[in-house]
Unconditional design. Structure first.
Length: 196
């Protein structure tokens, strides 16, 4: 489960649980991106904060864990490196690997390093908000690659990290959009209070 998780919220958690159940996964490993290759956005909380919020969010689910693979890796966080890493550390188990992320991110997959290898090594699951038109994704990646994707409509993805950051900034409530521990962490460290 790859994402910036800026911050992680119930949409991500429910989406991961839905994917786990639908595709019969043994576990879901959340991989907060360390240095997102495509982002020049100063609105991204420091990596260690995003990592710790993810730990706080998932610890009650025995099927969930968090990886520091991208947090600790120097340089840009390329998904191909992460996928190779997980295949390598699990090679004795001969794992079937999925890469879950948002549909809007998958729409850009042709710009990612080694995108065809990513799609060969892992089954990419594109998770979308309600009302998302998957034809947009088909147009973006082409019919052949689109057939290799798995699609997941996740109703809880109506929650968005962007909205949560804007709410914090404007003093509006974020309760029930994300775990209370993550809300407390955001307040304690004053995250997302500066102008975007
Ligand atoms: P993003 O552009 O911040 O997010 C795009 C959309 O997808 C947003 O609506 C976002 O919602 C949603 N989303 C992101 N992660 C999600 C998840 N795990 N489950 C459900 N929805 C999700 O995307 P990003 O977070 O930067 O990147 C997503 C993944 O793609 C990361 O693992 C990143 O490393 C990878 N990526 C790799 C490359 C590369 O290898 N070159 C390039 C770009 C991205 P929220 O804002 O609410 O999360």
């Amino acid at each position: 489960m790859g994402g910036t998780f800026n911050p992680i919220h119930y949409g991500h958690l429910l989406c991961a649980e839905q994917a786990r159940c639908k595709f019969g996964m043994d576990e879901v490993v959340f991989v907060p991106s360390g240095h997102p290759p495509h982002k020049k956005n100063s609105d991204i909380a420091p990596t260690e904060h995003r990592y710790l919020m993810t730990v706080l969010a998932i610890y009650t689910n025995p099927f969930f864990s968090v990886s520091r693979a991208e947090v600790d890796r120097r340089g840009k966080s390329y998904s191909i490196d992460t996928i190779r890493h997980f295949l390598e550390i699990n090679k004795s188990r001969n794992p079937e690997l999925y890469f879950i992320t948002g549909s809007d991110a998958v729409m850009e997959i042709l710009t990612w390093r080694s995108h065809d290898e990513i799609m060969d090594l892992a089954t990419v699951i594109a998770a979308s908000r309600p009302g998302y038109d998957f034809n947009r994704l088909k147009e973006a990646v082409g019919p052949a690659r689109f057939r290799k994707l798995k699609l997941l409509q996740a109703s809880a993805l109506a929650i968005s990290s962007t909205d949560i950051r804007e709410r914090v900034r404007s003093g509006r409530p974020i309760k029930y959009l994300l775990p209370e521990s993550v809300e407390q962490y955001i307040r304690k460290h004053g995250l997302y209070t500066n102008p975007a």
